[in-house]
Design a protein around this ligand. Structure first.
Ligand code: CTP
Length: 396
């Protein structure tokens, strides 16, 4: 059972403090509980009542009553991550030098887990030697100092110094919180549909959106893996941070995967590979005036996963089985035939072009695990955690 993750959000006195409620909302949507701490200068920039309502928690400031005397220790014990956002040059300097003159900087001194710092300031300050030296000190102590964005700043200047988009900061925070169950592993994922040309205009493809592959890439990245995605032309975007090899046909996909496979530790075949392709690709465009009817001769594409199953040495190999009604027996038969370690069965009716799907995870020598309908992001996280559990000795 998953437990709620806990972030202490330290808000300092930069104008970007007004974005804090949105960040709390985003983290909350990902199942993260947040307690906000305001420095004295941040208090006039963002409403305490707003923060209290969006976080569903009390808001901590230096003006706490005496009964909160130990708030810095209590918060340091509660949080699994301290996210300082926005972090001003002043707070960055205090953190780098161990100064504890308010609740946030005091709590930072007693914080034993990861600290993520999202700076925001004027370009000249950001580029200044003092700030850069302080950032170097913090990074050398293991704090994760995020980059800044470029663009128009609150003071009207143009240049680096803007706070990163809150969506990106939330992703960094989640990555820093996630158990790094795949740290040091190379994960190869195939994703999206493949496309087979009929003539210069027309193609045969399928309804795969690539969302499952993208969510698996995201979950593997959060788990600390080095991720490479071989992707057909998918509608759903892949997360930043993975290496992408774009392909079109099943033959392209096979060539890319065969090349990358030897170097990977885990391969997840989430692509919807076209099983058939036209026996010949017509040159140019076939015109309607050419004939009143048209039949296509199709030939079978190679089974990419089966080929990888034969080439497998130490790799963990995971396939997806798409069938009407998510048949467990069909998935188990495909797992054996393709020499996979795990197969995820889902039903055609609920898996294509959807946000949520039910699935059954099938592993060698284990009872099948039924996952109730959940969004693909959550399903991908479960799959990645189950893959991480496959013991080394089951690899061939
Ligand atoms: N697969 C593949 N190459 C193909 C077809 C499928 O690598 N030419 C992979 C898919 O990516 C998936 C697994 O094999 O991981 C099972 O695919 P699925 O479509 O469920 O089954 P098929 O093997 O195509 O068999 P069938 O169409 O008879 O159900």
């Amino acid at each position: 059972m998953d437990t709620v993750q806990r972030v202490v959000l330290g808000i300092t006195g930069g104008i970007a403090a007004y974005k804090a409620p949105q960040l709390i909302r985003l983290l909350g949507k990902s199942g993260v509980a947040v307690k906000a701490v305001l420095t004295p200068s941040a208090r006039s920039l963002v409403g305490e009542e707003t923060l209290r309502v969006v976080s569903c928690n009390p808001v901590y400031t230096d003006a706490l009553p005496a009964s909160f005397d130990m708030a810095h220790i209590e918060l340091a014990k509660w949080g699994q991550l301290l996210l300082v956002c926005p972090a001003t040059a002043n707070t960055i300097a205090k953190l780098a030098h161990g100064i504890a003159d308010n609740l946030l900087t005091t709590l930072a001194l007693s914080f034993e887990h990861r600290i993520v710092i999202a700076p925001a300031m004027n370009t000249a300050m950001w580029n200044g030697a003092g700030v850069q030296a302080n950032i170097g000190v913090l990074a050398s102590r293991g704090a994760i100092v995020l980059p800044v964005d470029e663009g128009e700043l609150a003071c009207g200047d143009l240049g680096p110094g803007r706070l990163l988009p809150v969506e990106t900061i939330a992703e960094y925070a989640l990555a820093a919180l996630a158990p790094r169950v795949l740290a040091g592993k190379k994960v190869l994922i195939s994703s999206g549909p493949t496309v087979e040309a009929i003539d210069a205009v027309r193609v045969i493809s399928n309804r795969s959106s690539g969302k499952m592959g993208a969510m698996l890439a995201r979950a593997a990245l959060l788990a600390g893996a080095d991720v490479c995605v071989v992707s057909g032309p998918a509608a759903f975007p892949l997360p930043g941070g993975c290496r992408v090899i774009p392909v079109r046909s099943a033959a392209d996909m096979k060539a890319a995967l065969d090349k990358e496979f030897a170097a990977c530790d885990i391969c997840i075949m989430a692509a919807a590979v076209s099983d058939f392709r036209p026996a010949a690709v017509l040159e140019g465009k076939k015109h309607r005036s050419d004939s009143s009817a048209w039949s296509l001769d199709l030939v079978a594409n190679p089974d990419v996963l089966e080929g990888l199953g034969r080439a497998k040495t130490r790799q963990v190999l995971v396939g997806f089985s798409l069938d009407s009604g998510a048949s467990e027996a069909a998935a188990a038969a495909k797992m054996k035939k393709k020499n996979c370690d795990m197969m995820i069965a889902n039903a055609v009716e609920s898996a294509m072009e959807t946000d949520a799907t039910a699935a059954t995870i099938i592993c060698k020598d284990k009872p099948a695990e039924h996952i109730a309908t959940s969004d693909k992001r959550k399903l991908a996280e479960v799959i990645v955690r189950r893959i991480a559990r496959i013991p080394e000795h089951s690899h061939e």
